[in-house]
Design a protein around this ligand. Structure first.
Ligand code: SAH
Length: 526
């Protein structure tokens, strides 16, 4: 693989025209990602998914080049060309990130001509163009042995009614199987008319796909005769693609993307920044759009005296308990800092609250001796009490503030419990306004809570002035809670819990959410 320092003129940098793909950030090429990870300057378009910018190094310069179809242009094409030249001449590694493929209606060649003129080195990385993505994600095979053997990509930007067209609509109309039209929403009436006038059947199926491959994807179907009305009624605006041809018929069989059970659902995920990814990944797998609000920020405590002392005497403890992944992480951090390792725990039995915590523990080479059937503090307490804990010393490294149920039940059963603060939860306030705006506009379907502290921290972050305000913000939104304690906390704040899984795991919660929306869809269909 080449890197950016293989330039022909070493004083200059190099410009990489990179196809960002159609929208889904998973559809960029490995080469594109590799270059973004090394970029010093990134000039990106309206159609390139901003999520891709998360690959760019923190100190890189990001420049939005605009280009919204027919709307505001942040830069003219000339301005963009100048930008690329300027930064390359300063010796920078520049990525020009363009929607879809840079060479398909992307004016990539114009940018390169300018670079060539200035003697600047360049490379082009192709991308998944929106035409194939829109077709695929709308359930339409762009070619098919029985229906069509040819495809044409056409721009609709050029008004077909103008006298001298570069597009031979007369030949296209009957000479090509599938016709995909980019930038064709404004001119759709004259395009469909042309195709019909030049001999394509008015009954030819047509699909229009907006924001293909993203959670906002919206597609409609009609025929050459009806599609303009359909598009107008559905209020479809650019960016959208028009697909004309018999293959559109196959959509009814192949449509998969928009049929995923959580497609079109916007879900707030309230977890710690460190732990959100698992839940988000699972929900996205079912088609949901996740808005991540990290309501808990995990920090070390100021004083580790109790924990350090307990670690030194760990042999005197009958049980070591972990009630969260964070407790495991921070306990082992401390253990290692004190110059010890997992063998130091050999004489002590270890109990965990649930499967995720047990899995985390496994990473340190330790298998839990006890996992309760019910994954809660209470479940763990009951299971331990059954093992006869009278007179036993039990160590509980945990959050600075946490539920007292577990230590109380154990103490009542005659155990001697040491609570050792290992970390603390602090609510970050960063994106309050954005969250309130989203809730007020009624565009959020569901909020997920995975622990009591996510509930209280979420509400702290929301900062509703009164109960009425809280209800105004949240009453239209479905609430999912991972387990009974989290659900109780939600209800204590006067809110309703709509979804709660039987088993308290992330996987079960996602399944319960999917089931709830399947039921809803089934009811609507009735
Ligand atoms: N180089 C790009 C095309 C740029 S022209 C590519 O290869 O895809 C801009 C047009 O592309 C838009 O007007 C629209 O017709 C189409 N387009 C780009 N991304 C799209 C998307 N996610 N969904 C639907 N159409 C899209």
């Amino acid at each position: 693989m080449t890197t950016h320092d293989t330039t022909s003129s070493p004083a200059n940098g190099k410009v990489y025209l990179v196809g960002a793909g159609p929208g889904d950030p998973g559809l960029i090429t490995l080469r594109g990602k590799y270059l973004l990870e090394r970029a010093e300057v990134v000039v990106y378009d309206y159609l390139a998914n901003p999520k891709l910018l998360s690959y760019v190094p923190k100190d890189a310069q990001l420049i939005y080049a605009g280009k919204k179809g027919g709307g505001l242009h942040a830069y003219t094409q000339e301005g963009i060309n100048q930008l690329l030249v300027e930064h390359a001449k300063r010796g920078k590694m520049v990525v020009r990130l363009k929607g879809g493929d840079p060479f398909i209606f992307g004016r990539g060649a114009e940018e390169i001509e300018e670079l060539v003129g200035e003697g600047i080195d360049f490379e082009v990385v192709p991308g998944v163009t929106s035409a194939t993505a829109a077709a695929t994600y709308a359930g339409i095979p762009i070619t098919h042995r029985e229906y069509t053997a040819s495809v044409a990509f056409v721009t609709g930007h050029e008004d077909p009614t103008k006298k001298f067209s570069n597009i031979a609509w007369d030949k296209l109309a009957t000479g090509v199987g599938t016709i995909v039209i980019y930038m064709g929403i404004k001119t759709l009436p004259s395009i469909t008319q042309k195709l019909i006038n030049f001999g394509r059947s008015p009954d030819t199926p047509v699909a229009v796909v907006r924001w293909a491959s993203t959670p906002q994807q919206h597609s409609v179907v009609g025929t050459l005769a009806t599609i303009c009305d359909v598009v107008q009624k559905a209020d479809i605006k650019p960016p959208a693609l028009v697909i004309v041809g018999e293959v559109v018929k196959l959509r009814s069989t192949i449509d998969w993307f928009e049929k995923r059970p959580l497609f079109g659902r916007r879900i707030v995920v309230t977890r710690t920044r460190e732990q959100a990814s698992d839940l988000v990944a699972k929900l996205e797998e079912y088609g949901a759009e996740c808005l991540e609000y990290s309501t808990i920020h995990i920090e070390p405590v100021d004083d580790y005296q109790v924990l350090d002392q307990a670690i030194a005497e760990i042999g005197d403890y009958a049980w070591l308990l972990f009630t969260s992944i964070n407790a495991v992480t921070y306990f082992f951090q401390r253990l290692f800092l004190l110059g010890r390792d997992s063998r130091h725990l050999a004489a002590t039995k270890i109990a965990v609250v649930g499967k995720a915590t047990a899995d985390e523990l496994r990473k340190y080479g330790v298998t839990a001796d006890l996992i309760p059937e019910k994954f809660t503090g209470e479940g763990l307490a009951e299971a331990l009490v059954r093992t006869e804990v009278k007179g036993n010393r039990i160590l509980l490294p945990r959050a600075l503030r946490a539920s007292e149920i577990l230590p109380e039940v154990l103490t009542d059963a005659g155990a001697v419990v040491t609570i050792a603060p290992a970390y603390r939860n602090v609510p970050p306030m960063g994106r309050r306004e954005e969250l309130r705006d989203q809730l007020e506009s009624g565009t959020i379907d569901l909020i997920t809570f995975t622990s009591s502290s996510t509930v209280s921290n979420f509400l702290t972050m929301l900062d509703a002035g009164s109960d009425e305000e809280l209800h105004r913000l949240l009453d239209q939104t479905t609430i999912a809670a991972i387990g009974p304690i989290t659900a109780d906390t939600v209800r204590e704040h006067g809110l309703r819990v709509d979804i709660q899984p039987e088993r308290y795991t992330i996987g079960d919660m996602v399944q319960a959410i999917v089931a709830a929306y399947r039921d809803k869809a089934a009811q609507l269909a009735r």
